[in-house]
Design a protein around this ligand. Sequence first.
Ligand SMILES: Cc1cc2nc3c(=O)[nH]c(=O)nc-3n(C[C@H](O)[C@H](O)[C@H](O)COP(=O)(O)OP(=O)(O)OC[C@H]3O[C@@H](n4cnc5c(N)ncnc54)[C@H](O)[C@@H]3O)c2cc1C
Ligand code: SF4
Length: 507
Amino acid sequence: MRLILGDQLDELHEWFKTPDKNVTYLMMEIRQETDYVKHHIQKVAAFFTAMRAFSARLGELGHKVIYIHLDDRQNLHTIAANLQKLLATKKFARVEYLLPDEYRLDVQLKDLDEKLQVPVAAVDTEHFMTERQELKDFFSGKKRYLMESFYRSMRKRYDILMEKDKPFGGQWNYDQKNRQAYDGRVPIPKPLFFENDVTPICQTLQKLKVQTFGEIDPANLIWPTTRAQSLALLKSFVDDFLPAFGTYQDAMTLENWYLFHSRLSFAMNTKMLRPLEVIQAALKAWEQKKSKLKIQQIEGFVRQILGWREYMRGIYWALMPDLAAMNYFDHQAALPDFYWTGETRMNCLHAAVGQSLKHAYAHHIQRLMITGNFALLAGVHPDAVDEWYLGIYIDAIQWVELPNTRAMSQYADGGRIATKPYISSAKYIHSMSDYCKTCAYHWNKRHGDMACPFNSLYWDFFTRHRKRLGKNARVGMMYRVWDRMDSGEKKQVLNQAADYLRDLNRL
Ligand SMILES: Cc1cc2nc3c(=O)[nH]c(=O)nc-3n(C[C@H](O)[C@H](O)[C@H](O)COP(=O)(O)OP(=O)(O)OC[C@H]3O[C@@H](n4cnc5c(N)ncnc54)[C@H](O)[C@@H]3O)c2cc1C
Ligand code: SF4
């Protein structure tokens, strides 16, 4: 009996090379997974649709599969209980599972050895480009785990964008060329959206009263749910979007919710696509049309997957389980209600939350510099921030959500991965987006009528956390600016912040 989890849909895995009549695969839709956090409806529908399609695909390839549906009467809704029941009724000599990527599941599956009467073994998923513990070893003895040094080692190891032992083009990183605001000069290509009908799954969720949130058009789920669709999305990205990906990577606009981003995270996180094949597809396009595809586009994309994605996974395994409880600033505030409704006069939050509720998606800078930035400035408890990110995004699985949210965005790890907190005043948001142009708040006012909340909260954050951040050289400049500010001005800024913090829900 071989267990396949919902994010292990990799038909290229060695397990599936040759059908074997002595092997039965087991997949299950269980309440344990629908209920550990409140998920966006599109996320649950996309996972179950992809799992059903994968089970059908295994059948086509000649494999034996037992698939337990969410509403099967016999479903006991936990992995262990379903396995125990099956082993009691059918004869299996051995159970194997693919190594899970989440700590919670790792603990549960390790426990199967005790719970089942047959030998249990774990097998590698063959998905990642590094081993679970590798990053911890790489940074052994270091206080900070800097992504850039890890990324460079990965470039060398996989011989990607290298000229002998030097980076192609002479530079490892073209981050400075990845920061252009969207000016409309490059038209955003027509996106490939799928029209997956997930009506039966939505009906089941409703019947069983599974708590979800967010919007869905059940007849037209746009996310890829098969490998064929994932490959088509990859092709569409490489052909049409990659040429401007790097340039506008950090841009945000009301005009469009995905810009030049790939929207491949769900396909990769469910393992319908392998990270190396995604990188290779992009590299192939670059090889073929070097004249059109500049190095900053391709390097920017490769860095996200070969660098950030592998790095975040390594951080997760290096810092779990402690990471899930870290709260460096001792933040205690509740998450404002508008994270669940999008109803706020702050245009940037209205846009980022609104599109997240509508599409279960926001791109990296929206997650980091709008929703994450505001939650950090407002002192929201990292548990509440995590719960929101883990629920709302189509690609949210704890191994990648938690290090991005708690460590990178909320600095709750005290700076192991980020050299300074990712916060900004309205100036940054104004420079990278068109949100401020039509906002009810004034982006360039620190206090007074309709002053942008990001501005006063920004300075308030620095003053509140001087003890923890005052010695950090990366933010020393901000403290110098603050110290030079007129005392009357400072008072007004802090009063404004206090007023906003008193009731975040009214913003
Ligand atoms: C607070 C916060 C929470 C996040 N939560 C998640 C999450 O739950 N799941 C998730 O997959 N990503 C998460 N990210 C990372 C990133 O925002 C998403 O991977 C990206 O927005 C997905 O959209 P895309 O596929 O269009 O990405 P693109 O911009 O097209 O990038 C290509 C790929 O690079 C990878 N990537 C880029 N940045 C990161 C990163 N920081 N960490 C890991 N992989 C990265 C993704 O696989 C992505 O598909 C989070 C980021 C922040 C700041
Ligand atoms: S003015 Fe402030 S609240 Fe409004 S969009 Fe700009 S940054 Fe956001």
